[in-house]
Structure formats: structure tokens, C-alpha cells
Ligand binder design. Structure first.
Ligand SMILES: [Ca+2]
Ligand SMILES: [Ca+2]
Length: 228
């Protein structure tokens, strides 16, 4: 892995799927990012989580398409070591996410899109790359759900963390319906209350669907003391 890390400082490399790969699923970008490979050109085969994560990462730096590598992927450590994503690191920041409510589905979708009873039930799942998947409660029969729930994500590598949000409409007997998604680079989020637009499966911004959220990033105490 050290060769990839060093090679990615000065050279381009080309990645191809395994010879045994028979599906056309998208490459998961986080593996490359963790090893310092930025992957400038991508051949995406369809929509889904990998594409949404690419959109999320490149929302950084004003969405200009150019995102600098974090310092720790360029510099060696005090003992000449390179960053190893498999090594368990101390928690650096606590990332708190509160979702107050969501709205806009009744404007962007027909009344029968989700449920035929003119009522619908939403929940959100969250996946920061540094933590496990978490979910809000399901709010039934509501086009304008008010969750008012908070989640805490301890982050060891906040520089690479992406907050992936997906809203789904719960169905007991079939697969839940997709209700919007977004992916946000955590390092660019500022503490405060935000109106967060959601995107469709292709990554097109929905006209009206929004979440009202609060983000709070604070440096973890133990990291603060050990680094001073
Ligand atoms: Ca449904
Ligand atoms: Ca339902």
C-alpha cells in the first residue's frame, strides 16, 4: 500500500476491474481516497451510492472539480510512516447532526407516487464513512415529517468523512421507495442550522425537497489534550 501512497504523489495510475468481475456495478471511491488516489476520471455504469459519494466529495472547494488531498496523505509521520486506513486512530472530532424536519415531497411528486392512500411515511438513514449506518424513526402518514432527532458520529478521519443522507418511504410489504439523497463533505460543513436540498437518483437537485438540519462539529477532548 505504501507504493500506492507514494506513487499517487507524482504519477497517474489506471485502475481496471478484476478479470473475474461480471457485474457492471460502480467502483467504490472511498478505497482510493483513503490511499491517496484521487481518481480524476471515472467511468460510472449507473446511479447509486458510489456516484452519490463522488458528487459529495467534489462538492468541496466550491464544486469546481478540484479537491486537494488532505495533508496527512502527502506527508509522512514522525517515524517515516505513511497513513494506513486500517490502523485504528483516536477520535478527532465529534460530529453532531440534528434533523428537524423535511418538506417539499408534496410539490415534487404526485399524490399517488409513494402510497395510494394520499399519505406517506418517511425515514432517513445516515452513513458517514467513519461510522455505522443510523436511522431516524419512521413517521407514518405525513408529507411533512418532523423527526427532531440528533445523532452523534465520532470521527477519526474527518478530513475524508462524507455524510451520506438518504430519505426513504417505508413500505411493509415491498421495497421502500426512494425519496431523495445527498452527500456532504463533513470537513466543509460549518456549525449551524441549514436548509439542505435533496437530489434524485441521477444527482439532479429536486425542486422543492429540503431537510432542515443542524450540524455541529467539535474537536474531541482527548485529541485536543494529546495534541497540545
Ligand atoms: Ca410506497
Ligand atoms: Ca408507505
Amino acid at each position: 500500500m505504501e507504493q500506492i501512497w507514494l506513487g499517487s504523489h507524482k504519477e497517474y495510475s489506471k485502475g481496471v476491474p478484476k478479470g473475474t468481475k461480471s457485474t457492471s456495478s460502480n467502483f467504490k471511491p472511498m478505497n482510493g481516497w483513503m490511499h491517496g488516489a484521487q481518481m480524476v476520471a471515472f467511468n460510472m455504469q449507473g446511479y447509486g451510492k458510489s456516484l452519490w459519494m463522488m458528487h459529495g466529495m467534489f462538492r468541496s472547494n466550491g464544486s469546481c472539480g478540484y479537491v486537494k488531498k488532505p495533508r496527512f496523505l502527502m506527508d509522512k509521520g514522525p517515524h517515516n510512516e505513511v497513513f494506513d486506513p486500517k490502523v485504528k486512530l483516536p477520535v478527532k472530532e465529534n460530529f453532531k447532526v440534528r434533523v428537524y424536519m423535511g418538506d417539499g415531497w408534496r410539490l415534487d411528486f404526485s399524490h399517488t407516487h409513494f402510497d395510494t392512500l394520499f399519505a406517506t411515511d418517511f425515514y432517513i438513514s445516515w452513513v458517514p464513512t467513519d461510522a455505522r449506518k443510523k436511522k431516524t424513526k419512521i413517521l407514518e402518514d405525513d408529507w411533512c415529517p418532523i423527526w427532531d432527532e440528533e445523532f452523534n458520529f465520532p470521527l477519526t478521519v474527518p478530513e475524508l468523512a462524507l455524510l451520506r443522507i438518504e430519505v426513504r418511504e417505508y413500505d411493509m410489504s415491498e421495497k421502500d421507495d426512494f425519496g431523495g439523497q445527498t452527500c456532504l463533505p463533513v470537513s466543509e460543513l460549518r456549525t449551524g442550522i441549514r436548509s439542505v436540498p435533496l437530489y434524485d437518483k441521477k444527482g439532479q437537485k429536486m425542486k422543492s425537497v429540503r431537510l432542515l438540519m443542524r450540524f455541529n462539529l467539535c474537536r474531541h477532548k482527548s485529541f485536543f489534550f494529546s495534541s497540545t
